[in-house]
Write a protein that binds this ligand. Structure first.
Ligand code: AMP
Ligand code: GLY
Length: 421
């Protein structure tokens, strides 16, 4: 079989490494992939993940048997629909279901309509109305651009002044372009966050091992929000009782709601949850694997990823095994110094060959050497019997991989360890 994986980050690298365990897969193309991924798959650097027409043409002309569409924007743009129209089965939701991530207004309205627990909210298209509202709303408050914004369209306003500024940034200055034409202003929730990725074929929903992201750039959760500086799995806050409650009040109702709306979701549905004192609430849905959540979740999978993916497409998920190792995992992200604001690229990366699980997010390959290219450069992952061991191993391995001006957090997993003690 020949498989395509659309995307170019650490998540795609983790998906590719997991798929490679299936011996009936002879060839994997990463579209476009990156220099680090090219050691595990054939990269197609000239085709952008978001160029639906070129992606489909490539998959057709290379007679691919199955395609995994990993990032949010190609999913929202309808890549899975276009591939299916071309006769190629693909992993991921169609555009009419990917909207669950593509529009915050859609997802909030869905949750309200189907009584799925989430933060209370108001929607605004008029900047004057939004400005009026934040003069009296409870503070802190949370302002979100409606559309995709590379995970950065969320402003947590701790003061009224920050709320006013936030509205200006999104709606007047258009920092996130048309994504900010509409905004959601919602209640500030408190509690530990849990990421739960799930496989679903629209009939059954199978949660994967829970995980915890570390979004802030610096230790102790300080500094700016990033795409994710590290992850651990499983998440100790996701107890058996919470898991049951999530299944009954959030996971199943979401799948059923999407069916009722005529928007059956197939693929990986990611639930970003906050465990509040009133129980778990949805912070966000993503229509795909999280990055860097996939990097800790997939190495713990004890079943064949391709078989599961194909079953979500075929609607046969209830008949395939989805088993997990009784272990823990930790991913340490190594980023370019200055990320997520300004940073240099082009530094040589050393030590990658000394570590087994390095998932490369941004690197070029030149004359057999890897050079940094982008903000988040790579993630180093280790698994072990306990979380403490996984963290220690991951930091030991991460110390072997380096480049100039490299930045990593030193406290990935510490909050989880405290919760366990
Ligand atoms: P999102 O892109 O919606 O996941 O938001 C990014 C981050 O902002 C989340 O991971 C949370 O840490 C935080 N966040 C989003 N919504 C809320 C909320 N209603 N209350 C508190 N924190 C929030
Ligand atoms: N790590 C969060 C995300 O993938 O959106």
């Amino acid at each position: 079989m020949k498989i395509g994986v659309v995307g170019s980050g650490g998540r795609e690298h983790a998906i590719i490494k997991a798929l490679k365990k299936n011996t009936s897969i002879e060839k994997i193309y990463a579209i476009p992939g990156n220099g680090g991924i090219s050691r595990d798959a054939e990269c197609v650097p000239d085709i952008k993940a978001t160029d639906v027409t070129k992606v489909v043409d490539f998959c057709k002309s290379h007679e691919l048997d199955y395609v995994v569409v990993a990032p949010d924007d190609p999913l929202v743009a309808g890549t899975v629909d276009a591939l299916q129209d071309a006769g190629i089965p693909a992993f991921g939701p169609k555009a009419n279901a990917a909207i669950i991530e593509g529009s915050k207004v859609f997802s909030k309205d869905l949750m309200k309509k189907y009584n799925i627990p989430t933060a209370a909210y108001e929607v605004f298209t008029d900047i004057n109305e939004a400005e009026k509202y934040v003069e009296t709303c409870p503070i802190p408050t949370v302002i979100k651009a409606d559309g995709l914004a590379l995970g950065k369209g969320v402003i947590i306003a701790m003061t009224r002044e920050e709320a006013r500024e936030g509205i200006k940034t999104i709606m007047a200055e258009k920092k996130f372009g048309h994504s900010g034409d509409r905004i959601v202003i919602e209640e500030f929730l408190e509690g530990p966050e849990v990421s739960v990725l799930s496989f679903t074929d629209g009939k059954v929903v199978i949660p994967m091992i829970s995980s915890m992201d570390h979004k802030r750039v610096n230790d102790n959760d300080e500094g700016l929000n990033t795409g994710g500086m590290g992850t651990i799995a499983p998440n100790p806050y996701y107890t058996e009782d919470i898991a049951k409650e999530c299944m009954e009040k959030i996971f199943k109702p979401t799948i059923e709601a999407m069916n009722t709306e005529g928007r059956t979701f197939k693929g990986c549905l990611y639930f970003g949850l906050m465990i509040t004192k009133d129980g778990p609430k949805v912070i966000e849905y993503n229509c795909r694997f999280g990055d860097p959540e996939a990097q800790v979740v997939l190495p713990l999978l004890d079943s064949d990823l391709f078989t599961i993916m194909k079953a979500t497409t075929d609607g046969t998920l209830d008949s395939v095994p989805v088993k997990w190792k009784d272990e823990a995992a930790c991913c340490i992200v190594e980023a370019s110094g200055g990320y997520p604001v300004a940073y240099q690229s082009g530094y040589e990366i050393t030590g990658v060959d000394e570590v087994e699980n390095v998932y490369v997010a941004g690197a070029d390959l030149k004359d057999g050497k890897l050079y940094t290219h982008g903000g988040r450069v790579l993630g180093v992952v280790e698994t072990a019997k306990t979380l403490k061991e996984a963290i220690d191993k991951a930091y030991k391995s991460a110390a072997k991989v380096s480049f100039k001006d490299m930045h990593m957090r030193k406290d990935i997993g510490q909050r989880a360890l405290k919760a366990l003690s």
